[in-house]
Design a protein around this ligand. Structure first.
Ligand SMILES: *Cc1c(COP(=O)(O)O)cnc(C)c1O
Length: 458
């Protein structure tokens, strides 16, 4: 007889993974190499070192080690808020009247309110080991900046955060948390960097974008001693650290002989979905079990569903390496009426390749009013006020569960609940007062974004 499944499946500290899983070592087709923007040759560790910490540059380019040890200090930090619970959404299932079994992996149990801390603590650790004194980064919605502020505060590293201007203005309390942990927070585009000044001239009144904030942070990192740049999504190293999510989720499910038929995650730069999906993708690549993978993105920033699969810059100022990925163009600036994260123009090269090759079965773009309706429905029955980003996954999980209701199939659905929405109350208020607008870029706006994609002769 099957064991009765509890509302929350907890793992013990002992079961906390000791290694991250590098899905790239298993992929049948590796993603195209990232390119040095000056030479257009595949980037080497030496190319990446001026910007990134050495150990992280090595992780970025690692295609051979299937498992990478989690350093003891990082694992000990993880123990403060992990293993994260896997929740069986019994109450949501009941409210929907679906025969589907819904599980979510909850990553909001730490002050940053998201999964971002999983990579922030690892990146700050490697910086400290290398004797780096100062880190720079960008933040959009603010979760990454908060997570990195916590990590830098823990290891005593100085941190400068370029925060996308519209978010800086909408979320003053995010800034307060980052400052409490000791970070210096600057709205981007700023007048403190050359690239910031240039963008302010070219686009007066710009409310900023992640691409711009990245350029500013990289400029500071490369022009100051003992300073490196770190990024909270998109990169292979980030996806690697986030596999802790999927590894724990898989162990928890297997304890109860469960296995997902559908795995759903929101996709901004692809790190949480990549991390949740990776250990299940391992099975799919090996031809064992094949869950149906769905990446969910906002209709206002539709990299996978409307973007091009091409080499592009990871930032607006074109100072970062080029990556082959689904992209809307590094000059694409999503509407500021879109609340919350998931506003990045590109997508993780690993995720892009897996999607291109059909291993990720589907990408779905959803409207933000539908997302907030799903968030509200979820909050009422499951008790957690979800982050708007996470609510993209909730929306699709609910849709899939309702399909099961029609067909009578009892599918097992797993989605990533990446964080909480306490700092997104302006957006919740707009939704509650019917002031929230849906927005999707027009063909013209998309074409304008695509015009920034370089034509490479390679
Ligand atoms: C940053 C963030 C995301 C999106 O980033 P990914 O790299 O795509 O995971 C999703 N949810 C929350 C709560 C976030 O903070």
């Amino acid at each position: 007889m099957k064991k009765e499944i509890p509302y929350k499946i907890y793992l013990s500290e002992e079961e906390l993974p000791r290694q991250w899983y590098n899905v790239r070592a298993d992929m049948n087709t590796d993603h195209a190499p990232i390119l040095n923007p000056k030479t257009l040759k595949p980037a080497t560790v030496a190319d990446l070192e001026p910007v990134f910490c050495t150990e992280l540059a090595k992780q970025e380019l690692n295609t051979t080690d299937k498992y990478i040890d989690i350093p003891e200090e990082v694992r000990n930090f993880y123990k403060m808020y992990r293993p994260a619970p896997l929740v069986r959404a019994y109450c949501l299932e009941k409210a929907l009247g679906t025969p589907a079994k819904i599980y979510y992996k909850f990553e909001g149990n730490n002050t940053s309110g998201s999964h971002k801390l999983n990579s922030a603590i690892a990146q700050a650790y490697y910086a400290k080991e290398q004797g780096i004194k100062h880190l720079t980064t960008e933040t959009g919605a603010g979760q990454w900046g908060t997570a990195l502020s916590m990590a830098c505060g823990y290891f005593g590293i100085d941190l400068t955060v370029f925060m996308v201007k519209c978010s800086y203005e909408q979320k003053p309390f995010r800034k307060a948390v980052m400052q409490t942990y000791g970070a210096n927070v600057i709205p981007s585009p700023s007048m403190t960097t050359n690239v910031g000044k240039k963008i302010n001239e070219e686009f007066p009144g710009s409310t900023g974008s992640l691409g711009t904030a990245i350029s500013e942070a990289v400029e500071v990192a490369t022009s100051q001693p003992d300073t490196k740049y770190v990024l909270g999504s998109v990169l292979n190293q980030v996806l690697l650290h986030q596999t802790i999510i999927g590894l724990e989720a898989k162990t928890a499910m297997l304890k109860y002989d469960e296995y997902p038929d559908i795995v759903i995650g929101c996709a901004g730069g692809g790190s949480n979905l990549g991390g949740l999906m990776a250990p299940f993708m391992e099975d799919k690549i090996a031809g064992k079990q094949a869950p149906y993978f769905i990446a969910v993105e906002p209709a206002s920033c539709p990299s996978l569903t409307k973007g091009k699969f091409a080499y592009d810059y990871c930032d607006t100022g074109k100072v970062t390496p080029l990556a082959k990925m689904y992209t809307l163009g590094s000059g694409f600036i999503p509407s500021s009426s879109h609340s919350g994260g998931l506003r990045y123009h590109g997508m993780s090269p690993i995720l892009s390749q897996l999607y291109h090759d059909g291993y990720i079965d589907e990408a779905r773009a959803v409207k933000q009013t539908d997302v907030f309706a799903a968030a509200t429905q979820f909050a009422k029955v499951e008790g957690i006020l979800p982050a708007p980003e996470s609510s993209h996954a909730i929306k699709v999980a609910i849709d899939e569960a309702l399909k099961c209701k029609e067909t009578g199939e009892a599918k097992t659905i797993l989605f990533g609940l990446t964080g909480t929405g306490y700092f997104d109350l302006a957006a919740y208020t707009a939704f509650n007062e019917n002031r929230m607008e849906d927005y999707a870029p027009t063909d013209e706006e998309l074409a304008k974004g695509f015009s920034y994609i370089p034509e490479l002769d390679i």
